[in-house]
Structures are given as structure tokens and as C-alpha cells.
Design a binder for this molecule. Structure first.
Ligand code: RTP
Ligand code: MG
Length: 140
């Protein structure tokens, strides 16, 4: 299995409740290594561009407002099959449907304030990583 990288966000509901360490412990226990990390306040323009694929969805404006409602932690995770492994431990988008032991089951407040983001394909992971990190900021 090839070593892969994925992009991860700890969302404002997670930073607000001081859960970044607990969530990252779940990722590390799942075999994912944090190879880049920074805490930022996203601008509205930055969040709108990041979620551009969802621009036509009814939840878009609320999602953008939520994502800029407080600091987030953006990070790059590395490991075997990292994209799929990360999504597996994040759990379903809606915490009501998330499996036991997943981050969203344990920590998410709602379908919107669901604590974490993870890339959905290796191709999107590369795009999302490049959106927030210079190559020199990633140390594997
Ligand atoms: P993510 O991109 O954050 O890792 O989550 P995902 O793939 O599981 O979900 P996606 O469909 O890409 O949606 C992105 C984020 O939008 C919010 N959302 N709200 N109110 C709603 O019906 C609704 N649906 C999605 C969530 O914060 C979701 O993570
Ligand atoms: Mg998604």
C-alpha cells in the first residue's frame, strides 16, 4: 500500500471546545502522521473558494459563515491509504449516521458543526494541500 497524504481541517466547533488534541489522538491512533499543521482564521473569500464545489447547495452560505466563526487548524496527514483511512475515522457527515468510535460520533455537534473536514480523493487532497501549504511547510 502506497504512502499517501490527505488534507484535514479541525473546524471552529472543535477549536472552540478545545478538542484539537483529542481529535488528533484519534487520527494518530489510526496510523496517520501530522506532517504539517497551522492554526488560522479563514477569511470569507478563502472559505468560499475552498468550498466552491458546494456554491449552489442550499447550505453554502451557512457553511461558509460557520467556517469563519472561529479559528480552524489546517493540517496534512500522511499514512497508508491516508485519504480513505482519514474519512473512515472521521465518520459520516451527519453525526446521527456516524459509526461508534468515529470522530464525528464522539464529538460533532450537528451536520454542519461536524468537527472535521477530510479530502474525498487523492486528487482533491493535492489541490487542498496546495491551497493552504507551501511545499517547504510539509515535513514528512
Ligand atoms: P467534509 O467535506 O467537511 O470533509 O465533509 P463531507 O465530505 O462529509 O461533506 P460534504 O458533502 O463535502 O459537505 C461539506 C460540509 O458541509 C456541511 N454540510 N452541511 N446542512 C447540511 O445539510 C450540510 N450538508 C453538509 C458539513 O459541515 C460538511 O462537512
Ligand atoms: Mg467533502
Amino acid at each position: 500500500m502506497a504512502i499517501e497524504r490527505t488534507f484535514s481541517i479541525l473546524k471552529p466547533d472543535a477549536t472552540r471546545r478545545n478538542l484539537t488534541g483529542k481529535i488528533n489522538a484519534v487520527f494518530e491512533d489510526a496510523g496517520l502522521r501530522i506532517v504539517a499543521q497551522k492554526r488560522i482564521q479563514m477569511s470569507r473569500a478563502q472559505a468560499e473558494a475552498f468550498y466552491g464545489v458546494h456554491r449552489e447547495r442550499g447550505f453554502f452560505n451557512d457553511l461558509v459563515s460557520f467556517m469563519i466563526s472561529g479559528p480552524v487548524v489546517v493540517q496534512v496527514l500522511e499514512g497508508e491509504n491516508a485519504v480513505a483511512r482519514h474519512r473512515e475515522v472521521m465518520g459520516a457527515t451527519n453525526p446521527a449516521n456516524a459509526a461508534e468510535g468515529t470522530v464525528r460520533k464522539m464529538f460533532a455537534e450537528s451536520i454542519e458543526a461536524n468537527s472535521v473536514h477530510g479530502s474525498d480523493s487523492p486528487e482533491n487532497a493535492a489541490i487542498e494541500i496546495a491551497y493552504f501549504f507551501a511545499g517547504t511547510e510539509i515535513v514528512g
